[in-house]
Design a protein around this ligand. Sequence first.
Ligand SMILES: Cc1cc2nc3c(=O)[nH]c(=O)nc-3n(C[C@H](O)[C@H](O)[C@H](O)COP(=O)(O)O)c2cc1C
Length: 89
Amino acid sequence: MDQYKTIILGYPNWWGTFPMAVFTFLEEYEFAGKRILPFCTHEGSGPGESERDIRKLCPDAKVLPGLAIRGGSVKGSGDTIKSWILKNG
Ligand SMILES: Cc1cc2nc3c(=O)[nH]c(=O)nc-3n(C[C@H](O)[C@H](O)[C@H](O)COP(=O)(O)O)c2cc1C
């Protein structure tokens, strides 16, 4: 992980946040000083509480504004994803 300054973190929204495996990932590594760029798929709740949960688990990381895409719309979201990536450097 030391070699990464920006982590692009993807997950599905499960019960308003990310799945437990993602909690474990965020708990197990050190994210202080890194940028986290979250993106998720969902079926109506958007990111839910997931970005708040990332900030709680990684208080010393910089959590950038995330991207939430409805699962059924992923196929047609290439431009949205591209501009989100570019906007966040
Ligand atoms: C256990 C479980 C819980 C879910 N909870 C939510 C939820 O709270 N809000 C929501 O918008 N979608 C929820 N979903 C829908 C998933 O976010 C959606 O299926 C996924 O983002 C799309 O990815 P997929 O095509 O791999 O299923 C849930 C799905 C599962 C399986």
